[in-house]
Structures are given as structure tokens and as C-alpha cells.
Design a protein. Structure first.
Length: 482
């Protein structure tokens, strides 16, 4: 049997029930104590009043010397007050009025066992019929106790009804207030991968849920975008893998269809090896991008002279530059806290991209522009202005602005996506802008005094970093000079 946690409505109702029980109980206890205090005080004042009246009677009897009149007045005083008792005791302890007693305790004599009374005792004045005597007046507390018991029972009944009514009304009210939550839960359960465009609706009665609904809808927007990107990514990956795999399969089948010489077999193996290297580079780049998307940060950070890294990238692309008839120059220098292989990878990708779109005889400039907290590392190449639509997508995976180029010429379309990933892993961003008659594409890196903002996160595989200069897609393989 599995334990099911109580619902929010049940917990709120139980909580309100406990609150109501505490409030009613406290109020009832205070009322009971207040009533008891008032009744006790009333009996005390009554006793004080009776004492004054009896002392007045005793004074009159002393002046007139008529004891019988005194006792008559005392009898009249008790009429209508069945719980009132009066005793007059001499100095020797003899009772001259009231039930006789052989002890000097303060418990009045002549009362039934178990009867509770409130007693007040005072000394008789010296100018009286019984000098140095004692006057005792008592009121039975039974009626008061009975009234308190009846009042307590009434309070208990009222508290029980109040708590029960609070629980029932709370359950009803909470159920109505939580209807928007139930409706939103039903709407959320109806959202499936086939209906990713559906969103939760916001209604006035759920004003407190507006923030939650808005945040949930925003999460659905991001999820829909990620789902669409994943579908497009899978389709692109399948497309990219299908061509080399088909080439490998077809070439192998043709080779095996008839006897081949050793040289022919070697040529086929070399061709297959090239295709396999392309596939390996594509898989490595995809793994690198997936880890960057997962939030991995660059490790192995150190203070690097970006000018030296830019010179390395230019030398690495020297064969491509010569083949395209383009010159590359570096301008500026700065120190940044970064991972050197990753930065070199991004620079080579930017240079390779610029070489593809630069006419022969033009000059490409690698710009290093330090700022207070960030350093802009970019490539400036003359050429036609990049269309707005291309700017918005050029850092996406598998995006090729010129679809007429072959796969070997244009690569897999992951070069600039890797640049964006390198920027994210260092806490920077990518940018593209038009300056005069040239296009400037680059990324930002933290400055030398901002290394605490990009603390390395362990766990980033160094295999992909080490292969930064081996991917024909992300870091173009220099062609041999002709």
C-alpha cells in the first residue's frame, strides 16, 4: 500500500481547523476564567456587605441591649439567601448564633459534608455584647460552581460547533479557490509533443497564479524551441551522416563487386579513411557542442597573450590563405584569462569562414580590442554585407549561407556554432556587425582582471579540446599550396 500525501486543500483545511480550535479554545478559556473571577469577586463583595450589615445590627443591639432583636434581624437577613450562613462566637469559643461548634477551625460548623463555602471572619468590636468575640459569614459556592459548569459546557459546545463550521466552510471555500489550479493541471496534462504549441490560459479568478502561469508558458516556449532545435538537429545530423555513409557503402560495394589490384584497394581505403575522418570530426564537434549546451565551462584557464594565439591561427591557415590569394594581419594585443586551445579553435574557425568569403587580393584583419572587463576578439574581412537573415542564423548549427558549395568546401556548418560555444564556455558572447565595406565577426572574452567571473568547472573532457586543430569542419585543414 503506497502512502499518498494529502492534497493542498486537505492540508489547508486541517490547518484552518487547528487555527480555529486554538482560537475558540483560547477565547472559551478566557471567558470561563473571566466569568469565574467576576463571580468570585461578586461573592466577596456580597460577604463584605453582609459583614457591614451584621456589624450594624450588633451595634444597635449593644445600644438597646436586645439580643432577641439582633437574632431576629439575623434571621431576616438570611431570607432569600439559602446559601448564606452567619455565626457569632464568643471569646471563649461558644457559639451564640448559628450552628454550634466545638472547634476553632475556620470551616463553619453545621454544614453538610462536602459543601464548599467562601468564609469571611472578623473580630467583634470591644463595644459590643460579646467583646473580643468573632463574626463569621459564609456563602455556599455550589450555585456558583454549577453556573460555571453550565457555562463551560456551553462554551465547549459553541467551540465544537465553531471549529466544525470553520472546517466545513474552509473546505468549501478552498475547493472553490483551487479550481483554477485544477484547471491548469488539466491543461498542462493535455500538452504533449504533438501539441507543443498549446499554452496555459490565465483567468482573472487566478490572479495569484499569473506569475506561475507566465513562467510555465515561458518554460514551454523554451521547451518548444529546444524540441524544434532538437528535431532540426537530428534531421541535419542524419543528412550529414547519410552522404558519407552512402559513399562508403557504395564505394565498398563497387570495390567488392570485382577483383581489384592492390593499388586500387589502397586507393579505396584512402578514400574511405577520408570519409571516416569527416565522420569522426563531425561526431567530435557534436559532442563538444552538446557539452557546451549542457553548461560546461572551460577549464585549464590561464592568462594568455591573445596576440600570440592570433599569430598561431594565421600561421595555421597559411595554406588556405595562399590558395585563396588573401593576406591576414593581426592588429592589437591583450591578455585574457581563457583556455588557449579553445580560443585558438575559435580563431581558426573565424579565419576559415572569412577566407571563404574574401576575394583574392584583399586583406583580412584579426582585431584584438581590450575593454574594461571584456576583450573583443574578431576577424574583419572586406566583402558584401551579410544579410540580416543570415546574421540571425549564422551561429546556428549546420547553417550554410551558400548552399551551392559542396560539403567538403563549406564543411559541416558547425564552425561558427563552435565559436559561439567557446564564447559561452568563457562567459562571453558572439557578435557580427558591418564596419564600412567590411564584415566584423567575433567573440568576447574576460579581461585579465576578471578571471573570477569564469571559474573553471572540472569534468570538461580534454579530448575535444586536444582535437581542436584536428576537426576539418571546425578547424579547417589547410590545403596544400599548388
Amino acid at each position: 500500500m503506497t502512502w499518498r500525501h494529502p492534497s493542498i486543500a486537505a492540508r489547508l483545511t486541517a490547518g484552518l481547523g487547528v487555527v480555529a480550535l486554538v482560537i475558540f479554545s483560547t477565547a472559551g478559556w478566557l471567558l470561563q476564567r473571566t466569568l469565574e473571577s467576576e463571580l468570585v469577586e461578586a461573592d466577596r463583595l456580597k460577604l463584605a456587605g453582609k459583614i457591614s450589615v451584621v456589624l450594624h445590627f450588633i451595634d444597635e443591639a449593644y445600644r438597646s441591649g436586645d439580643r432577641a432583636a439582633l437574632f431576629h434581624h439575623l434571621d431576616d437577613l438570611r431570607i432569600g439567601h439559602d446559601g448564606l450562613h452567619v455565626w457569632l462566637v464568643t471569646e471563649a469559643g461558644a457559639t451564640v448564633y448559628g450552628a454550634s461548634s466545638t472547634n476553632e477551625t475556620k470551616i463553619p460548623p453545621g454544614l453538610a459534608p462536602g459543601v464548599r463555602v467562601d468564609v469571611t471572619e472578623t473580630a467583634l468590636p470591644s463595644a459590643s455584647l460579646w467583646p473580643a468575640g468573632r463574626l463569621r459569614v459564609a456563602i455556599e459556592s455550589g450555585p456558583r460552581d454549577e453556573l460555571l459548569r453550565s457555562h463551560l459546557a456551553t462554551l465547549v459546545l459553541i467551540c465544537a460547533l465553531g471549529v466544525g463550521s470553520t472546517v466545513l466552510l474552509s473546505w468549501f471555500a478552498i475547493g472553490r479557490c483551487l479550481r483554477p489550479v485544477s484547471r491548469l493541471s488539466a491543461e498542462a496534462s493535455d500538452i504533449t509533443p504533438s501539441s507543443m504549441g498549446r499554452r496555459l490560459t490565465m483567468t482573472p479568478e487566478g490572479a495569484e497564479l499569473t506569475g506561475l502561469v507566465r513562467a510555465f508558458n515561458h518554460a514551454l516556449d523554451r521547451l518548444e524551441d529546444a524540441y524544434a532545435q532538437l528535431q532540426a538537429f537530428n534531421a541535419n545530423v542524419a543528412h550529414e551522416l547519410r552522404t558519407p555513409l552512402a559513399s562508403l557503402i557504395t564505394g565498398t560495394q563497387v570495390t567488392l563487386s570485382s577483383p581489384r589490384s592492390r593499388d586500387e584497394l589502397r586507393e579505396v581505403l584512402i578514400s574511405n579513411l577520408e570519409e571516416l575522418q569527416l565522420l569522426n570530426a563531425l561526431v567530435n564537434d557534436m559532442l563538444f557542442l552538446s557539452r557546451a549546451d549542457r553548461g560546461d565551462r572551460a577549464e585549464g584557464l590561464e592568462e594568455v597573450a591573445l596576440g600570440a594565439e592570433a599569430d598561431k591561427a594565421i600561421r595555421y591557415c597559411d595554406a588556405l590563405l595562399q590558395e585563396a590569394g588573401v593576406v591576414a594581419e593581426r592588429s592589437g594585443d591583450a591578455a585574457a584569462v581563457c583556455n588557449p586551445p579553445l580560443v585558438l579553435r575559435a580563431l581558426v574557425n573565424l579565419l576559415t569562414n572569412a577566407i571563404r568569403h574574401t576575394r583574392a587580393g584583399d586583406t583580412i584583419r584579426v582585431l584584438i580590442e581590450p575593454d574594461d572587463e571584456l576583450i573583443a576578439l574578431s576577424v574583419l574581412n572586406p566583402g558584401l554585407e551579410i544579410p540580416t537573415q543570415v546574421r540571425a542564423q549564422m551561429f546556428d548549427r549546420f547553417y550554410r549561407a551558400d548552399t551551392s558549395r559542396s560539403r567538403r568546401q563549406a564543411g559541416h556548418g558547425l564552425g561558427l556554432a563552435i565559436v559561439a560555444a567557446v564564447a559561452r564556455m568563457h562567459g562571453g558572447t558572439v557578435f557580427v556587425e558591418r564596419i564600412g565595406k567590411a564584415n566584423r565577426v567575433g567573440l568576447t572574452l574576460p579581461a585579465r582582471d576578471s578571471q573570477t567571473t569564469v571559474a573553471p568547472v572540472k569534468g570538461f573532457a580534454s579530448a575535444e579540446t586536444a582535437s581542436a586543430t584536428q576537426s576539418p569542419n571546425s578547424t579547417a585543414r589547410p590545403a596544400r599550396s599548388r
